[in-house]
Design a protein around this ligand. Structure first.
Ligand SMILES: Cc1cc2nc3c(=O)[nH]c(=O)nc-3n(C[C@H](O)[C@H](O)[C@H](O)COP(=O)(O)OP(=O)(O)OC[C@H]3O[C@@H](n4cnc5c(N)ncnc54)[C@H](O)[C@@H]3O)c2cc1C
Length: 394
């Protein structure tokens, strides 16, 4: 039986970047995931995810994404493929600017870091971004150093690279039990009858993490969020540069979206709100009639050219949602050799180029400049989400 230095449980973006980073540190690594990889139900399996430095007053996330964007461009070069599209990021504001908003704080912090985002009034929005209804937004901020990543293709590309470097990829294996001796991990068992001999494992099971490790249930839950793909009758209005990645008064509505997808030919729009609590194994993951009504209303008011166009795909995608919205990356306090890396809380994909190094360092017992806020912590039930872009209508 092969002995692994590390078994990584889950091959979404947390798992694949962790496996790659650990293998680059010369460990013998095995990667487990149910079914095929990328798994169709994984949060990381998607046509696009936003990459933005805009995090309101939060400079640490802004720094992390700033470094990640260099990583995204390096991956484009390394793999000779445009996995990350630098389409820019547009923050639209409905209300007379209260200077303490997510948008204004992000704008000020970008300037503090030496960027020159544009501040647009209603007329400039109409002229530059004709997809939005005239007068729907009072002002906006446009930052060209941002865009979207084709996340499903990113996972597929990194997985192939990891395998090339010697990671043993084990699809159709679902971790079900951690075998321990004297509080120390000795093996990972799977539902499919596998036993993987190892002294160390990293659990990157996304929304399933609190179900695999119930001790995390008080601090992390699985929440479902609606996603819509719409086929525009006037694609010209929605292509870059007419439409970049956008946040439509996001902290007050949750709505955000993407330009026409270069491969799929659709406009993806989703809602970054509190979502619905979902048991990933038992509950349906569907977009409701109420979601669809809210979506159509949003379009009618703000993007009328899309209001009657056909929705060709919907999905309720799951966040691995910590109560405070920070990730969960730390060694298990009671099981020696077990590390958890999850809790993406709807905003981790953009950090992918920086994630692997952080997870591998923490799994080795080291410290990392961004690890502190993601460490194991006790969160009270009344803890609130802190990520400023998130629409928090509790
Ligand atoms: C609707 C939506 C929109 C989002 N938009 C953005 C965005 O615009 N920008 C951004 O930065 N982030 C965004 N995110 C967040 C981002 O997608 C996630 O934070 C990230 O993809 C989480 O990665 P993960 O590896 O933790 O989880 P996942 O990608 O879900 O991967 C977990 C993997 O673990 C596997 N697994 C589960 N249980 C087991 C087990 N027992 N054994 C083995 N394997 C197991 C699953 O099959 C899966 O492959 C969004 C998320 C959603 C849901």
């Amino acid at each position: 039986m092969k002995h692994y230095d590390f078994i990584v449980v889950g091959a979404g973006i947390f798992g694949v970047t962790a496996a790659l980073a650990l293998r680059q540190r010369k460990y013998m690594v095995g990667l487990l995931n149910p079914g095929d990889i990328p798994h169709p139900l994984a949060a990381s399996t998607d046509i696009s995810k936003a990459v933005r430095m805009e995090y309101g007053a939060d400079l640490e996330y802004m720094d992390m994404v700033e470094e990640a964007i260099d990583g995204w461009q390096a991956w484009n070069e390394q793999f000779g493929d445009t996995l990350y599209h630098e389409a820019g990021f547009l923050m639209l504001c409905k209300h007379e600017a209260d200077r303490q908003t997510f948008e204004w704080s992000s704008y000020r912090n970008l300037i503090r870091k030496g960027y020159r985002p544009e501040h647009l009034d209603d007329a400039a929005i109409r002229q530059r971004f004709p997809a939005f209804a005239s007068g729907a937004y009072r002002e906006a901020f446009f930052n060209p150093r941002a865009g979207f990543a084709e996340s499903g293709r990113v996972v597929r590309t990194l997985l192939a690279y990891a395998a090339e470097l010697g990671v043993d990829v084990h699809p159709r294996h679902t971790a079900s039990r951690f075998e321990c001796t004297g509080g120390r991990l000795t093996a990972v068992h799977t539902l499919e009858g596998g036993r993987f001999d190892t002294g160390q494992a990293v659990v990157c099971a996304g929304a399933y993490t609190p179900y695999l490790l119930p001790e995390l249930k008080p601090f992390m839950k699985s929440t479902g969020h609606p996603v819509f793909h719409i086929k525009p009758r006037r694609p010209d209005l929605f292509t870059i540069p007419n439409l970049p990645v956008f946040a439509a008064d996001i902290s007050n509505t949750g709505w955000y979206g993407f330009p026409l997808h270069p491969r799929e030919g659709v406009v993806k729009i989703a809602n970054h709100g509190i979502g619905l609590e979902i048991d990933p194994d038992h509950d349906e993951r569907v977009v409701t009639a109420a979601d669809m009504r809210a979506f159509r209303e949003f379009l009618r008011e703000n993007m009328p050219a899309l209001a009657e166009d056909p929705v060709v795909f919907t999905r309720r995608c799951l966040y691995s949602d910590t109560l405070d919205g920070h990730f969960w990356i730390d060694r298990h306090p009671e099981i020696t050799g077990l590390t958890v890396a999850a809790g993406g809380s709807g905003h981790a994909l953009k950090m992918a180029p920086a994630l692997g190094d952080m997870i591998a360092t923490v799994a080795e017992g080291g410290d990392h400049r961004w690890a502190a806020r993601h460490r194991w912590r006790v969160l009270k039930p009344e803890t609130r989400q802190v990520e400023e872009a998130r629409y928090k209508k509790y």
